[in-house]
Ligand binder design. Structure first.
Ligand code: DC
Length: 237
């Protein structure tokens, strides 16, 4: 039987290519928690802006667009990340948001305070009941400063660029490794130097370098930490 102690909020923040998504999904699976990918929400708003030809640097227009966008998650079979579709105004945009142009656009609109305000509110609602693993850049610092467990996941820039580079090559995109390092550094700069909710490690965040462990091991470590905080008492499977 579920008790209140088993419904933690787990925040996982980190830069591009840190392995957050893979790890967060696995943690959700281990604990049978809901997985929430907040980057996908920024991407969905960016996609909508691109389609409507709205200037990505206009706070007012972009905030209106974000407020009017219906962003949802459709769970496929299970609640914990095994299968999720991202919905934008009822349309499944899971594949459409995973392209380079949308990632770039998302990084641009993520600097706008109005857009962040709208999405932070959606994210707080999604995690209001606990039992959630939420990943992004500002989850432990802004969205859930009171999260039960905060993880800051990172890795050296070369490692993160290599991961992204392999993903690009697998997707049939041509980009050199050197270019990829530049892309990652530029994304890091934009995410870390923006005025509103920059990517920072929360004071009480647990720092994990994902280049030292396999993602499964990182996920098990986080799930174990969750158990020490009173999360799901079931033994590790
Ligand atoms: O994690 P991702 O690549 O899907 O994120 C896309 C962009 O959205 C990224 O440039 C940073 C931004 N983002 C953010 O500012 N805050 C979040 N909580 C999540 C993502």
């Amino acid at each position: 039987m579920a008790n209140s102690m088993s419904k933690l909020v787990i925040a996982i923040d980190g830069p591009v290519g840190s392995g957050k998504s893979t790890v967060a999904r696995r943690v959700a699976r281990l604990l049978d928690y809901l997985y929430v990918d907040t980057g996908a929400m920024y991407r969905a708003v960016a996609l909508k802006a691109q389609r409507q030809g709205i200037a990505l640097d206009s706070n007012d227009e972009m905030t209106g667009l974000a407020a009017g966008a219906k962003i949802g998650v459709r769970l496929r079979g299970s609640r914990n990340g095994r299968g999720q579709s991202i919905l934008l105004d009822g349309e499944d945009v899971s594949a459409a948001i995973r392209v380079v142009e949308v990632a770039e656009a998302a990084s641009k609109i993520a600097v706008l305070p109005g857009v962040r305000e709208v999405l932070v509110s959606v994210q707080r609602q999604a995690g209001a009941e606990g039992g959630v693993v939420m990943e992004g850049r500002d989850i432990g610092s802004v969205v859930f400063p009171g999260a039960n467990l905060k993880i800051f996941l990172t890795a050296p820039v070369e490692v993160r660029a290599r991961r992204r580079w392999k993903e690009y090559l697998r997707a049939g995109k041509t980009i050199s490794f050197e270019e990829m390092i530049n892309v990652v550094q530029e994304r890091d700069r934009r995410d870390s130097e923006r005025e509103t909710s920059p990517l920072i490690r929360a004071a009480d965040g647990v720092f994990i370098d994902s280049s030292a462990m396999e993602s499964e091991e990182v996920a098990r470590t986080i799930a174990m930490l969750a158990r020490t905080k009173g999360g799901d008492p079931a033994p590790l499977g």
